[in-house]
Design a protein around this ligand. Structure first.
Ligand SMILES: CC(C)(COP(=O)(O)OP(=O)(O)OC[C@H]1O[C@@H](n2cnc3c(N)ncnc32)[C@H](O)[C@@H]1OP(=O)(O)O)[C@@H](O)C(=O)NCCC(=O)NCCS
Length: 155
């Protein structure tokens, strides 16, 4: 997928094993506390997601500036980490990462996309609502100390 929403030209593609270090580095920038406590699990999961084609990266001029993971459970996709480097935000790239995952879910014949975000992550919450998700649940201490909203979108 290639796009040019504002001034930035980018491509979204499946991640390759050689992208692992860069994705882990971006993950440490995005969630330093969580990554610091979960280094081994983070690396293991990232390798698993790449191997199973459950990880996308966004490139600008050949450099990875964002990534998005997902998992498949029965007939739905669960969105996992979505990240765009701060200097590339608010240009529609996060939404394009979301759209590409939704497109993959449709291609797989899935019925629903589920996601979650920390209750205090207002930007992530708006990002989901903007992309057609509705709030459907609440999980206490999902990732770390934070409670999370669950969001869903029917396909
Ligand atoms: C969430 C994230 C991926 C969005 O990426 P992005 O490229 O900026 O997203 P988009 O430009 O497509 O914005 C989509 C919508 O999100 C919301 N949004 C994005 N940035 C926002 C901000 N700073 N303040 C308020 N709303 C914001 C808006 O509703 C926006 O739509 P609009 O531009 O029409 O108003 C990015 O902010 C990020 O990497 N955050 C840190 C990691 C994170 O929290 N990930 C989500 C975990 S669930």
């Amino acid at each position: 997928m290639t796009a040019n929403h504002t001034n930035t030209r980018y491509i979204i593609r499946y991640a390759k094993p050689s992208d692992t270090r860069t994705i882990l580095k971006l993950g440490r920038e995005a969630w330093p506390e969580w990554s610091g406590k979960n280094t081994h699990a983070d690396a293991k999961y990232t390798r698993y997601a790449i191997k199973n084609r459950h990880a996308l990266v966004t490139e600008v001029n050949g450099k990875i500036i964002g990534y998005a993971f997902f998992g498949i459970v029965w007939n739905y996709m669960h969105l996992l980490a979505s990240y765009v480097k701060p200097e590339y935000r608010k240009e529609g790239i996060g939404s394009a990462q979301m759209e590409r995952r939704i497109e993959i879910a449709r291609e797989m014949g899935l019925k629903k996309v589920l996601s979650d975000c920390d209750v205090d992550n207002k930007v992530a919450y708006k990002y989901h609502i903007k992309n057609g998700f509705v709030r459907c649940g609440y999980i206490k201490r999902l990732w770390d100390r934070e409670d999370s909203f669950v969001l869903s979108k029917d396909l």
